[in-house]
Design a protein around this ligand. Structure first.
Ligand code: ADP
Length: 233
């Protein structure tokens, strides 16, 4: 069987707080396969952000291990971890975080420039094309709708061809129709081989993913796969 692009093995994360220890994530074991689209959902405080941060190498687990693209990141030094994140992990957030002074294509080129690579124009255009924004390459964020800005943010996240794309409430700021467009785009990306893991508290958004993981009190309570027709399996 093919190795998962992201694997969490027995991952726990706790915080020391005034009243004792808070367990944000409690012995979670999960794998995310290549080209899959997974929604992680659950009530506020259930551990969704902690799961995303641990899986993305933004936060270190208290115990357990995390593997991205076959590399165990748990013991990596900060400098190597930063490089691995830059090269192999893409992020999109609720706020698009585009630089307002830059055009869409300049924003998309940014991760490559930060990595010290000269961005090939064809590559930038291809990323914009993948999200249906090739016609807006010269526009600045203020000249784009919220949905269009999120598409540009998606192009920026995939331009490095990351092993995994993490989306944290990517539709939180969008109206229902625009949100549905962005979610079907995420599904298209997964269908083309991109591994996508999305955190959302919105069940409607989660329903666009082929797999839904529900957290409660830092534990996985449901892990459900849906067939393409949308029927739970
Ligand atoms: P969610 O994203 O589902 O809202 P979080 O992962 O943010 O949940 O938080 C899970 C639990 O861990 C919550 O009880 C939260 O208060 C606690 N927590 C998260 N980060 C910290 C921290 N830095 N210090 C103390 N407690 C934290």
């Amino acid at each position: 069987m093919e190795e998962d692009m992201v694997e969490l093995r027995d991952v726990s994360r706790s915080h020391r707080a005034a009243g004792g220890t808070v367990t944000a994530l409690d012995s979670v074991t999960l794998g995310f396969g290549r080209g899959t689209f997974t929604a992680v959902t659950g009530p506020s405080g259930s551990g969704k952000s902690t799961l995303l941060h641990c899986a993305a190498g933004l936060e270190r687990p208290t115990s357990g291990s995390v593997t991205i693209g076959g590399t165990d990141i748990t013991g990596l030094r900060e400098s190597r971890l930063t490089r691995l994140r830059r090269d192999r992990v893409g992020f999109v957030f609720q706020a698009y975080n585009l630089l307002p002074a830059l055009t869409a294509e300049q924003n998309v080129a940014l991760p490559l420039r930060l990595a010290g690579r000269r961005p090939a124009p064809g590559r930038i255009r291809a990323a914009l094309d993948e999200v249906g924004m090739a016609g807006r390459a010269r526009h600045r964020p203020a000249e784009l709708s919220g949905g269009q800005q999120q598409r540009v943010a998606l192009a920026r996240a995939i331009v490095t061809r990351p092993d995994v794309l993490f989306a944290d409430e990517p539709t939180g700021a969008l109206d229902a129709r625009t949100a549905a467009e962005v979610l079907s785009l995420l599904r298209d990306l997964a269908d083309r081989g991109q591994t996508v893991v999305m955190v959302t508290h919105d069940p409607v958004a989660a329903a666009h993913a082929a797999r839904t993981i529900v957290l409660a009190d830092g534990r996985v309570t449901t892990d459900q796969h849906r067939s393409p027709a949308g029927v739970p399996t």
